[in-house]
Design a binder for this molecule. Structure first.
Ligand code: AMP
Ligand code: MG
Length: 314
């Protein structure tokens, strides 16, 4: 583990991409999974971008927790026992990763995420409401074979965007496109080599750091992405499954770089919950690294991060 002390006290980061401004490039947007999807590639590959964007509603019909009639919606309403291949793959990984993190990552948190509903809430739930929801969560209560969700309901929000980014990346590769930016709201997959700027979201004109990423995904989890404030306290969207409350581990934001966007997605959520001691989780995945910005503005990374990604603190 390596520590850098940044000169700037910047609690949050975002990913921006700086090498896509070119006349030969085209960006197209869509909206799914409660997120703006932005795909950038060469103009000659415009039709492939459209093909990739057309896949997004299909994935939404599988992984959306809130969309009525989606596969996950049906699972959570006890209406399904036969799983699609995509759902099975995402659940297999989620179950394994939940075990690996001893439940710091937990894909059965729907009773809690529904309760907290940070996009709509203005006042935190009561202790009793939290306890009642907690009683209905727990990855150990879930069984894939035979399929049984027990009393839990599933929320794949910590991993689905990564899974989908990998699938979209695979689609571009299949079509022979090897220079593309797939951005699912902070969950970025890059084919080709790019300069990735890590920004201060309080001052979006200003970059916190720059790294160089090639043929990998960069995923950020941060307390700034979805939240409400009450009595001067921030209540954000990443929950500690042990307490049923917003995770507080001293991390303002964590960015994970990995060849697998699904790994990066799940890891970023888990490291955010567990804190800097969880950086070593990256060792379980090939060629995977992370950069944490603590609430004090300190930067902590996995070994050799600076050399590997040409880290420049701004
Ligand atoms: P991310 O933005 O990738 O860190 O994922 C946060 C989303 O994952 C939330 O909006 C929830 O849907 C879900 N989530 C929140 N806390 C956890 C957790 N501890 N484990 C797994 N998923 C979580
Ligand atoms: Mg995640």
């Amino acid at each position: 583990m390596k520590k850098f002390v940044s000169l700037v006290l910047l609690p949050f980061i975002m990913i921006t991409l700086s090498s896509c401004a070119s006349e030969k490039r085209v960006s197209r947007q869509s909206f799914a999974f409660d997120t703006v999807i932005n795909i950038t590639a060469d103009k000659k590959d415009d039709a492939v971008i459209s093909g990739a964007l057309a896949l997004c509603p299909e994935f939404e019909n599988i992984f959306s927790r809130t969309k009525e009639g989606s596969e996950l919606y049906k699972i959570n309403n006890g209406e399904i026992t036969a799983l699609s291949d995509d759902m099975r793959a995402a659940l297999e990984f989620s179950a394994e990763f939940s075990r690996m993190t001893d439940g710091a990552f937990d894909f059965t948190l729907a009773p809690l995420t529904e309760l907290w509903n940070v996009n709509k809430r203005t006042v935190p739930p009561t202790d009793e409401e939290i306890q009642n929801a907690l009683n209905m969560t727990g990855y150990e209560k879930f069984s894939l074979e035979p399929f049984d969700t027990g009393e839990t309901r599933l929320d794949l929000g910590g991993v689905a965007k990564g899974y989908i980014a990998d699938k979209l990346g695979g689609y571009f590769k299949e079509k022979g496109v090897d220079n593309v930016i797939i951005d699912l709201g902070g969950n970025v997959l890059l084919l080709g080599k790019y300069s990735v700027g890590i920004r201060d979201p309080f001052n979006p004109e200003k970059l916190f750091a720059k790294i160089t990423v090639e043929d990998k995904s960069a995923v950020t989890s941060g307390a700034y992405q979805r939240f409400f404030e009450y009595n001067g306290e921030r209540y954000h969207h990443i929950l500690d499954p042990k307490t049923g409350r917003c995770a507080k581990s001293g991390i303002a934001s964590v960015t994970v770089i990995s060849p697998s966007s699904m790994h990066a997605d799940a890891l970023s959520t888990a490291i955010f919950v567990l804190g800097e001691r969880a950086l070593s989780l990256c060792d379980n995945f090939p060629d995977t690294d992370a950069l944490i910005i603590t609430e004090e503005g300190e930067v902590i990374t996995t070994d050799n991060f600076a050399e590997k990604y040409s880290l420049q603190l701004m």
